[in-house]
Design a protein around this ligand. Structure first.
Ligand code: PMP
Length: 435
């Protein structure tokens, strides 16, 4: 038993980095969970609409997943390394290759989204023999040197050091885009013209890849019009530039209408990277790529833990569960209910500037009433007030003024209504403060 009397938050701050932010003035320690609810160390239970940053995609205490992990533990084998055959890894790769719609696909497993994107950069730069990369403004792709370099958000860019030369393109964040006032068709045209100009003016043409989140996650669930990436891909194809879709947040059916976020644009990427939801909480990420791209490395490469027996046992069970129970369909259906409820709240409260997203990935951008000036204070109020009403939500955006809603995809209608009730109270409080 731990008999240290110092509050856990003080112990946390003493030994963990200052830049590892905690939510809430009075941070929460989650000690147990079931379904879509988590319970903290004081015994308070919350409905969870952030799901460990979109990671507990199916929810908590799912017997099929826990049993699969337990069966693996019972073999005595937690780890073998990729020097040996791992049945669960092969099976999971087969499923993901098939689901990807990438012809002749191959899969490599990592432990995180960062490593998945680092691997994608390695593959594309080697395949194309080029160090030039296109990324989107307001993107987030991870925390290592390569991925910070392609992250277009000052708040997450701790260093300017970069192994790649990056050009940032417009398009991911329509609400604050200089082209945001245009119709979808004209917006796509303006962003595509800009892409052409960037290729002409800031690159030598032989660019390795474009990497993009179909819906920007950390950036505040910014949702470009369907078809943007199809128009981009036409330009990329003229140059032979590879398209990498970062599906770390948008994958596994969360967007409701499709299994992968990029599918909304009617294009298949050359590489998709993934993590978060796949393991329903286990540390697993990876990428699925065209075989010629995946196989292009001429040196050895290894992730010691990548695709380990425990993570792949859990991920196989999680993936089977979400397919067998059509959680994508549930995300589509309940996403509509959630979005409609939020539009009703927004109509009453001008502190809400924008409601956007797809399926169960919905962003609520908070502004100074009467305009579009970002209102980070209102987002803080909504975060604290939803908690006070028993709901956990996420926060993000370039200006820290976006509430992010991404519950487990096993959500029920009753839970949507419960969340809307808490959000209604919290947004009313923020609206009152803002006037
Ligand atoms: N890509 C996207 C789109 C993400 O949202 C994240 C994590 N927030 C990452 C990559 C990095 O994943 P990880 O934190 O697992 O390294």
């Amino acid at each position: 038993m731990d008999d240290n009397q110092t509050p856990l938050v003080d112990r946390h701050r003493a030994v963990l980095p200052s830049w590892l932010a905690l939510y809430y003035a009075d941070p929460i320690e989650i000690v147990s969970a079931e379904g879509r609810h988590v319970t903290d160390s004081t015994g308070t239970t919350y409905l969870d609409f952030f799901a460990g940053i979109l990671t507990n995609a199916i929810g908590y205490d799912v017997a099929e997943i826990s049993d699969a992990i337990r069966r693996q533990l019972d073999t005595g084998v937690l780890h073998t390394s990729t020097l040996y055959l791992i049945r669960g890894q092969v099976e999971l790769a087969e499923k993901i290759a098939k689901l990807s719609n990438i012809p002749d696909a191959k899969v490599f497993f990592t432990n995180s989204g960062t490593e998945a994107n680092e691997t994608a950069l390695m593959l594309c730069t080697q395949f194309r023999r080029s160090n030039q990369v296109l990324a989107l403004r307001n993107s987030y792709h991870g925390r290592a040197f390569g991925t910070v370099a392609i992250t277009g958000n000052r708040g997450w860019s701790a260093s300017s050091l970069s192994p790649v030369k990056v050009s940032y393109v417009h398009g991911g964040y329509p609400y604050r885009s200089p082209f945001g006032h245009l119709s979808d068709v004209d917006y796509i045209r303006a962003c595509t013209d800009d892409l052409r100009e960037i290729l002409q003016t800031t690159t030598s043409g032989d660019v390795a890849c474009m990497i993009a989140e179909p819906i920007q996650g950390v950036g505040g669930f910014c949702t470009p019009p369907d078809g943007l990436f199809a128009a981009f891909k036409d330009v990329l194809d003229e140059y032979g530039i590879l398209l990498v879709s970062d599906e770390v947040q948008t994958g596994w059916g969360r967007t409701g209408e499709h299994f992968w976020g990029m599918d909304s644009h009617g294009v298949t990427a050359d590489i998709m990277t993934f993590a978060k939801g796949l393991g329903n909480g286990l540390a697993i990420g990876g990428l699925v790529a065209r075989a010629d791209v995946m196989d292009c490395l001429t040196a050895n490469s290894i992730s010691t833990f990548g695709g380990n027996p425990v993570a792949t046992a859990g991920a196989n069970a999680a993936l089977d569960f979400l397919l067998d129970n059509d959680l994508q369909g549930n995300a589509a259906k309940l996403g509509v209910r959630l979005t409609e409820g939020l539009h009703d709240i927004a109509a009453r409260h001008p502190v809400v500037g924008d409601v956007r997203g797809k399926g169960l990935m919905i962003g609520v951008e908070l502004v100074e009433p009467g305009g579009r000036t970002p209102n980070a204070k209102a987002a803080m109020t909504v975060l604290e007030q939803t908690r006070a009403h028993g709901l956990l939500v996420g926060k993000g955006g370039m200006h820290n003024n976006v509430i992010r809603l991404a519950p487990p995809m096993t959500l029920t209608e009753g839970e949507v209504d419960e969340a809307l009730d808490a959000l209604g109270h919290a947004i009313a409080a923020a609206d009152g403060e803002a006037r």
